[in-house]
Design a binder for this molecule. Structure first.
Ligand SMILES: C[S@@+](CC[C@H](N)C(=O)[O-])C[C@H]1O[C@@H](n2cnc3c(N)ncnc32)[C@H](O)[C@@H]1O
Length: 224
């Protein structure tokens, strides 16, 4: 932890200030001119959640996504949200209180962790772009270790695109708002990276003029 900024990675944009963390859902609604609500419903619908699924949501934030996922589950289904932030923990527990099969674990996802169980689906939404690339490798190892053979990993995040080809207003906003790790994230070939971790059968669903993508990948049928 960097004592000057209280951030683990001082240049990261996904370790939020207390104000942004407290008001995260409202900030997204306002910053997206109300488009976020429809977009996130659509993205979660595209995850093909089955009623019995056990889902791990990494960097889960306020619990907004977990509550949307819970609608697809029956009593045997389960969601674990993991996040490092106490402010997010409070909001998550309040928002998800009516769902007994949703739990929060306060846990850094950028360090190796071990949970007793494996999951049918692992979801990470607008988190992994904000880490240095070497740290993303640890996150991917955690994901591989905690996904059942044949399970699905879904990344909801920026798609790969050429920043210089972006319309100038969007480019200005992206550069103002996003951290340096996001610039690196959009320039990488994520299917190739995931393939090196034995993920296959990719499926992509694009949103918001193809700048956002839900990338789904299957873990091979062995734990190998
Ligand atoms: C941009 S927010 C996205 C929240 C949520 N996934 C969503 O889509 O609404 C990033 C989240 O990642 C969490 N986070 C950042 N670094 C983390 C880390 N090292 N371990 C666990 N969570 C982390 C933050 O606390 C925050 O809740």
């Amino acid at each position: 932890m960097n004592s000057k900024t209280d951030k683990i990675y001082p240049d990261s944009g996904v370790e939020l200030s207390p104000f942004t963390a407290k008001n995260y859902d409202q900030v997204l609604n306002i910053a997206s001119f109300g488009l976020y609500r429809g977009f996130i419903h659509q993205a979660i619908k595209s995850m093909d959640i089955k009623p019995n699924d056990k889902i791990l949501d990494l960097g889960c934030g306020t619990g907004r996504n977990a509550c949307l996922m819970a609608k697809y589950l029956n009593d045997n289904g389960k969601i674990i949200g993991m996040d490092v932030s106490s402010i997010m923990e409070q909001q998550f527990n309040k928002k998800c209180a009516k769902y007994p099969h949703i739990k929060f674990i306060k846990q850094r996802i950028d360090l190796p962790f071990s949970s007793a169980e494996q999951f049918d689906k692992i979801f990470i939404s607008f988190v992994i772009h904000g880490f240095p690339h070497e740290v993303r490798q640890t996150v991917l190892k955690n994901i591989f270790a905690h996904l059942k053979p044949g399970g699905t990993f879904s990344i909801l995040d920026f798609a790969e695109f050429d920043l210089n080809a972006m319309p100038s207003l969007y480019r200005f906003v992206f550069k103002k708002v996003e951290c340096k790790y996001a610039f690196d994230f959009i320039a990488r070939d994520w299917k190739q990276i995931l393939n090196s971790y034995q993920f296959t059968e990719f499926e992509e669903i694009f949103f918001l003029k193809k700048y956002i993508r839900l990338l789904k990948a299957k873990k091979s049928n062995s734990n190998g």
